[in-house]
Design a protein around this ligand. Structure first.
Ligand code: HEM
Ligand code: HEM
Length: 197
């Protein structure tokens, strides 16, 4: 008899899970900071909340790079049984789009802070190199695009991503969310590959 599949064989690695939830939590704090920090204009001097936005954003960028390296060196779990091919393909496309935004957004923020001539200190420990010369002509769009794609593209896609997770958990009850949760967590009764046999 073929031994039953262990649930861990179909799940993300503990490292991928920790990085996923750490980045999701830091993103929540980052948006709360972004929306409460003073509006950044021509004469703004970066103060506590703005510096916190830079430091948190830099930390997120570092964790995303780490996560991409992990992702490219470790196979993702295969799509769950019975998933329509269009859903598997759209999940893949969504995940790569999220990774792309998670890289582009902080880099644009960093470029804009450089363009404004702000020093970017990482929690007071060290300073990041300058990406653009202060007020370099032709680069003032970086701030608007940074804020626009954060507020609309990223939040819109994350909204769809969370809706998809809810759909899998509440409608299909197929265990997709459990692949990203700590081992042993069960939210859906129907998913019990490891219990069969
Ligand atoms: C990592 C994820 C990041 C997210 C989700 C994010 C999000 C945001 C959002 C939503 C705003 C607009 C705030 C408003 O509505 O007024 C903003 C503005 C800004 N952020 Fe970020 N940010 C991130 C990383 C960074 C980093 C790493 C830096 C710099 C090192 C940075 C620098 C800035 C600057 C300079 C602005 C003002 C842009 C302007 O209005 O011209 N951000 N950010
Ligand atoms: C309540 C919030 C969230 C839930 C419930 C959730 C759920 C999930 C689940 C279940 C997966 C695995 C999907 C599969 O097995 O095919 C996943 C993957 C992923 N999630 Fe989330 N997520 C959340 C928030 C976020 C946030 C805020 C981000 C980034 C901004 C994010 C980015 C990603 C990425 C990039 C993957 C792909 C992982 C890979 O294949 O390497 N998620 N998420």
């Amino acid at each position: 008899m073929v031994p039953p599949l262990k649930s861990t064989e179909a799940a993300y690695t503990p490292t991928a899970k920790i990085l996923h939830w750490l980045i999701a939590a830091l993103m929540t704090v980052q948006f709360a900071v972004a929306w409460t920090m003073p509006h950044i204009g021509r004469n703004t001097k970066p103060e506590t909340l703005i510096n916190l936005h830079f430091s948190l954003g830099t930390l997120i960028l570092f964790l995303v790079v780490l996560r991409l390296v992990w992702r490219l060196s470790h196979r993702e779990p295969p799509p769950i049984d019975g998933l329509p091919p269009w859903q598997a393909a759209s999940a893949r496309a969504m995940h790569w789009l999220l990774y792309a935004l998670l890289l582009v957004i902080p880099i644009l923020g960093w470029a804009n802070a450089s363009w404004r001539g702000f020093p970017i200190s990482f929690f007071g420990l060290f300073e990041l190199p300058v990406l653009l010369a202060t007020r370099a002509p032709g680069w003032n769009w970086t701030g608007d695009v940074h804020a626009f794609i954060s507020n609309y593209a990223l939040l819109g896609l994350v909204g769809l991503h969370v809706l998809a997770a809810l759909y899998h958990t509440l409608v299909r009850r197929d265990g997709v969310l459990e692949r990203m949760l700590p081992e042993g967590w069960r939210l859906t009764a129907r998913w019990s590959i490891s219990d069969k046999g």
